[in-house]
Every structure is written in structure tokens, then in C-alpha cells.
Design a protein around this ligand. Structure first.
Ligand SMILES: Cc1ncc(COP(=O)(O)O)c(C=O)c1O
Length: 369
């Protein structure tokens, strides 16, 4: 697969939004405690998880969540897949804001729903929502759901309250339900603040705020927790989760999640300091050395969105150049078919790895000028 993309398998991987760093010690201790018992009987504790998530969100984001309004699912994408089946019919349309996390199109099309795109636009070197375009698309009565990504993967925006309020007003005006994917809500850089859609009066809508996956690097052992104050939707989603036995979960996910939210805060502080250092280095190096490349400001997430159009290479040649540099970025076309001169990197890895890759990329770029 790698050879098909980069022309070589010898690339350092920066394409998946996961973490290549040691997770918090209390999580490891908890997993070891479970393993050392040598017994794996049925053990559920979803109320403990909902409480840990609520306490965390109150402490970190001032967000008051009611523990009875959560529904456990096996992951955020599963949550979205179930929600769109509940909220829409086959051939209904679902809106995403492009460039968009590539699994959104898949989760929509594999449910036989139609993808409608509202492109974000670049204003003063940063991405913004195009509210005129958004309204023109939401007006279409076939559009039933909008998937909002906050913070936004891949462009790294942390949506401001005023932006969220406008989206909410438009969605309410045209009876569109918002699914707010807030999986990256804890990965926020200096100068920015996360606002959940739930704080701007989203009583009809639904958020996927609860997932320790990105925050604590638990990608392979975490569940997703959807949250809504829409009682009708809540009851339906609870019934679905129960009837599909999604609420059983695994003890590893359950207790790792509780340990993460209850005891992982100081680890997250150190992790974010490290990530901030990486973001600063990447921005500085791109501005100074990669003069034909633009890195958009990373307000949140551990992904950066890069614009290579100044390099002047066609998309396929650009990706081959990445291959020669061992620079395993995701091609921009994964997120938007038009983004041929763009790429996304995921940088939750040892800083030296990404620094080395950027330096190799610099040499390759200089070699063609
Ligand atoms: C915005 C967004 N949503 C969902 C996911 C995947 O979540 P899960 O693994 O819980 O399905 C990712 C992973 O990269 C993501 O970036």
C-alpha cells in the first residue's frame, strides 16, 4: 500500500491520528492491575465512566454534563454511524465541512446516504466557515444532518462561540440535526479555548464529547460516549446501544478510561507542553526553511494541514517527493478531492522523528528548486 502511495515503503508514518508516546502511568497501572488478577469475568461500570467524563469536562472546560445523558458506543465513528441511521433515511443527505476527516465520507456513503460538502474558506491565512455556502446547502430539505468537527481535523481550527452559535442558528432554522464530533476537545494550544456545542444551547443536537482516545493515546482500547439533551433522541440511542449490547464494553476500556480522566491530568499537562513545543518548532521551521510551503495555524488537534501549492508540483509528483524524503504524510486528497497540493501530518510522536522528517523534506524541496 505504501509503495502505491509514496513509491517506497521506507517512510516514517505521520498519517494516522494516534499517539506514538508512552501513555499516563495511572492508565498503565490500572491495566496491569486488571491483567495481574488473571481473571476476566463480566465487569461493567458505565456509571463510573460517565461520572469521570462529566467531572473532567466540568474541571477542564466548565461544561456541565448530566451523567444520565450519555450513551456508550464502541467508538466515535460507531456513534456517528448509529446516529445517522437513526436520524436519516437511505438517500438523505449529510453535510460535512471540507477538507474533512476522511472517515466522515465513508461513514455516510456506506450507510447509503449522500455526502454534501460545504467547503471551508481561507481568510487571512486561516480557515473559516463559509456561512453563505453553508446556508445554501442546509436549505436543501434533503440535508438532514450536519457533522461538525470541533476541533477540526484536518485544518486544526477550534471553533469560536460566535461561529458555533451561527451554525446552530442555521441548523435550527432548517431543521438539521448537528452531530458534533468533539473527540479532539482536550488537545488545545496556547491562546485558544475549546467550546462544546453543548454550551451554546444545543438541546436538539448531539455531541461525541466523551472519548479518551485522542487525549490519552488510547486509540486501540477506548470506547466513545455520545451525549445529548434531546430526550427523545437520548432514549432512542440508549435503546439501540442496549439492544446491540454496545454498553457492555470491555473492562480494559472502562477502567483505563476512568483512570485516565481521574488521574491523568498532570500527564496531559506535560503532554500538551511537549506538543506545544512541537507545534512551535514545526511552524518556525516551515516559515523559515520551507518557504514554498504554508502550515496553517494549529489551534487544536495533533494534526497539521500543509499547503504545498507554492512548490509547483502536480499532486502525484509531490507525493513521490514525500516518498524520497521518507515523509509519510496523508495526501490532501484523502480529505478533499481537490486538495491535490495539500497534506496532513499527525505529530503526536517523539519530536526528533518529525524534526528529522521535516529536515529531509527540506532537502528534497531544495533539490528541485
Ligand atoms: C475527528 C475524528 N473523529 C473520530 C475519529 C475516530 O474515532 P474512533 O476511533 O473512536 O472511532 C478520529 C480519529 O482520527 C477523528 O479524528
Amino acid at each position: 500500500m505504501l509503495e502505491g502511495i509514496f513509491g517506497t515503503a521506507d517512510v516514517t508514518p505521520f498519517w494516522v491520528a494516534d499517539m506514538d508516546l508512552r501513555v499516563a502511568e495511572p492508565i498503565i497501572d490500572e491495566l496491569q492491575r486488571l491483567t495481574s488478577r488473571g481473571k476476566f469475568a463480566y465487569e461493567f461500570h458505565s456509571q463510573g465512566v460517565f461520572k469521570a467524563i462529566s467531572d473532567w469536562n466540568l474541571r477542564r472546560h466548565g461544561l456541565k454534563l448530566n451523567t444520565s445523558n450519555f450513551v456508550q458506543v464502541t467508538g466515535v465513528l460507531t456513534g456517528i454511524a448509529l446516529l445517522i441511521r437513526e436520524l436519516t433515511e437511505v438517500n438523505d443527505s449529510i453535510l460535512i465541512q471540507t477538507p474533512a476527516y476522511h472517515q466522515f465520507s465513508k461513514v455516510i456513503s456506506t450507510a447509503n446516504r449522500k455526502v454534501v460538502k460545504s467547503p471551508l474558506r481561507v481568510v487571512d491565512d486561516s480557515y473559516e466557515m463559509d456561512f453563505q455556502d453553508l446556508e445554501s446547502k442546509l436549505k436543501d430539505p434533503n440535508v438532514k444532518v450536519l457533522i461538525l468537527c470541533n476541533p477540526h481535523n484536518p485544518v486544526g481550527r477550534v471553533w469560536r462561540p460566535d461561529e458555533l452559535i451561527t451554525v446552530l442558528e442555521l441548523a435550527n432554522r432548517y431543521n438539521v440535526t448537528i452531530i458534533s464530533d468533539e473527540i479532539h476537545s482536550d488537545i488545545i494550544y496556547q491562546g485558544y479555548k475549546f467550546t462544546s456545542l453543548m454550551t451554546v444551547g444545543a438541546d436538539k443536537h448531539v455531541s461525541l464529547i466523551g472519548s479518551p482516545s485522542k487525549t490519552f493515546g488510547l486509540q486501540s482500547i477506548s470506547n466513545g460516549y455520545l451525549y445529548t439533551e434531546n430526550t427523545e433522541l437520548l432514549e432512542k440511542m440508549k435503546a439501540i446501544s442496549e439492544s446491540l449490547y454496545l454498553d457492555h464494553g470491555s473492562a480494559f476500556s472502562t477502567f483505563a478510561t476512568i483512570a485516565a480522566y481521574e488521574k491523568g491530568e498532570s500527564w496531559l499537562g506535560a503532554f500538551m507542553e511537549y506538543m506545544q513545543g512541537t507545534v512551535d518548532w514545526l511552524q518556525n521551521f516551515t516559515d523559515k526553511e520551507l518557504t514554498n510551503v504554508k502550515m496553517f495555524p494549529v489551534e487544536g488537534t495533533y494534526q497539521a494541514w500543509l499547503d504545498f501549492s507554492g512548490v509547483g508540483l502536480p499532486g502525484d509528483e509531490l507525493i513521490k517527493l514525500f516518498g524520497r524524503a521518507g515523509f509519510g504524510a496523508s495526501p490532501g486528497t484523502w480529505f478533499d478531492s481537490d486538495a491535490k497540493q495539500y497534506a496532513r501530518i499527525s505529530f503526536a510522536c517523539p519530536r526528533a522523528d518529525i524534526q528529522e522528517a521535516f529536515k529531509r523534506l527540506d532537502l528534497e524541496l531544495k533539490a528541485i528548486t
